[in-house]
Design a protein around this ligand. Sequence first.
Ligand code: DGL
Length: 284
Amino acid sequence: MNELNPPVGDQSVLTRGVDAPIGIFDSGFGGLTVARAVWDQLPAEDVIYLGDTARAPYGPLPISQVREYALECLDLLYASGVKALVIACNSASSAVLRDARERYDVPVIEVILPAARRAVKMTRSGEVGVICTAATAMSQSYDDAMAAVPGVRLHTATCPLFVDYVERGVTGGPELLDVARRYLAQLQFVGVDTLILGCTHYPLLTGLLSYVLGDGVTLVSSSEECAKQVYAELTDLGLARESDHAGRRRFLTTGDPTRFSGIGRRLIGTELDAVEQVVGAAQG
Ligand code: DGL
């Protein structure tokens, strides 16, 4: 991907038309939960999805490394002519939140702020939890997003094993239940009434999380909130496509396309046709 010229600069003009696709990016597979929500809400949109599976998971990486990888991937999607960029990964959103909007002249939608905003609306006690990767926790992006909100206290728990379970297709069973109880114990102890699923893999664990936390805790999916934000921004900007078009889907991966389709199908229950491998710096 080094050969691409990154579109750097403080530009604010929308250069792509309504019929251009939406670009959705994640470190790997979790962003498919965002893509699925976007397809449900905006079925007429063409989507190009890029998963940087050759370098995933991002969660354990230093934030500077995540930033470098994320911008390479976003540059690639931008160069393919998308009308909007969706950062469907909390770790990547945390890493590039501050500068992605200056770098591209198309709308950039990420997962952190929509999820934080929804959690603030939902909480009654003011005790809000977020579960996420180490990269997201280290970046303190959720803390920053809520810092100015009076009466809200954020409690963070990193859940490093969840991504691996989800990618193996394991969303239940005694072993995972035990892991979840350990991860969530402190959040239960402080009495959170709202929990942000601060990793786009975690919506696939909604049943497990509700089972452990019970009905008294509202779950806020960063994937679902991000998709609503995509809808809102495209509509506000006059960039949402008319509904007589059947949206096309194209999948790009920096890793093995066969593995990508296999895991992707298992995660979102849909055939992923047309998976292409993209080569370049992402292979390193
Ligand atoms: N889905 C990514 C997120 O939302 C995490 C997966 C990874 O560690 O690469 O943070």
